[in-house]
Design a protein around this ligand. Sequence first.
Ligand code: NZQ
Ligand code: ZN
Length: 387
Amino acid sequence: MKTLNFTFYRPTQLLFGENNIERLPTLIQKEQKILLLYGGGSIKKNGIYDRTKQALTGYHVVEFGGIEANPHYETCMNAVAIVKQEHIDLILAVGGGSVMDAAKFIGLASKLPDTADPWQSAVLESGQCQDAVPIAVIPTLAATGSEMNAGFVISNIGLQEKRAGGNSLVIPKFAIMEPSATLSCDARQTSNGIADAYVHVLEQYLTQDQGETLQSYWAEGVLKTILAVAPRLMANLQDVDARGIFMHAATMALNGMISMGVSSDWATHMIGHELTILYGIDHGRSLTIVMPNLWRVRREAKLGRLAQYGRNVLGLTGTDSEVADQAITATQVFFQSIKMPITLSEAGISSDAIDRISQKVADRGDSFGEDGKVDSSMIKEILTLSK
Ligand code: NZQ
Ligand code: ZN
């Protein structure tokens, strides 16, 4: 057990609950120039766009739509040009994690000198950035926790790379969290979000033996909340109370609270990102295929944690070994209950993905996981089990 040692900084003002969009004028100075950033148009169908524009009456607002799911570097760079040209003071992202992530990258890249390579400087080495255009968000899909963290994931289509960046300068200044804004998410988007948030917690909880720390109990609480609310949500997508409970849990799942001072895994995500960039699979669906089989391959290293998860979250009983195996199976059953794939073939991905991804990781010399041991050969084992 290592002693606690961490820095926690999350300066996001959360305005949680209905009718908060109308409070925008209390959060933004009149003279600020705003870039209103959004995706493919869902906000124009569900009324969020109209309410946001109405609230920003009298402000200088420049709009940029078309941010893709799994945001493209190339599209974001078009927005960077506008932010520079219009001397934007605040980027207001209205949408899901892809739009919020794009805003963060754009905020960093817009402050780079023209001589810099934005992919290198504002993604791969984003932690070094010293300046950013401030970000604020109105999330419309509960999943990523991007509304209250420093992270973002950008896909470079030209390079066929989907990579994560992060910098505390782009932690959203405020997040207007209206559960009703997520009511228009369909079953697929909703289950993607449930899976993503659930796996976020497990990436930070199911690592070295953290023992019975406060972080563990917080994490177990978020996991139990998601397990309890998921069936309600999948049974009635219009259950705004359930939407709110899940939206809150998804934010707390990845705002840094449960990872204070403890190790994190993230190998499932790193492998999942390769599945998404190479095969176009939704982020959440890549995770439900990989995580249970990563646990099977890493069973010995994670046995104690798997048993703790099985007992404290899933209510399983038996020896550590029995509970660990039951916990893996029970997690797959949960993913199937929200209509998520647990194999590559279910997601329409052929087994050539196994060599393709493990070779790509080998070529980059990468290895992942809390102990850096998830290398290309282990990835091959994990994906072979996932066929
Ligand atoms: O583009 P629009 O028209 O808005 O449609 C979106 C998109 O097609 C739609 N949608 C969003 N809100 C909606 C809605 N449709 C109807 N009603 C609404 N209220 O849903 C589709 C998917 O949206 P997207 O933003 O891509 O989903 P999500 O929020 O799951 O974000 C996924 C992205 O987040 C990254 C992923 O890699 C992926 O690129 N992640 C970000 C993280 C972070 N910043 O901490 C961590 C995560 O692990 C994740 O990697
Ligand atoms: Zn995720």
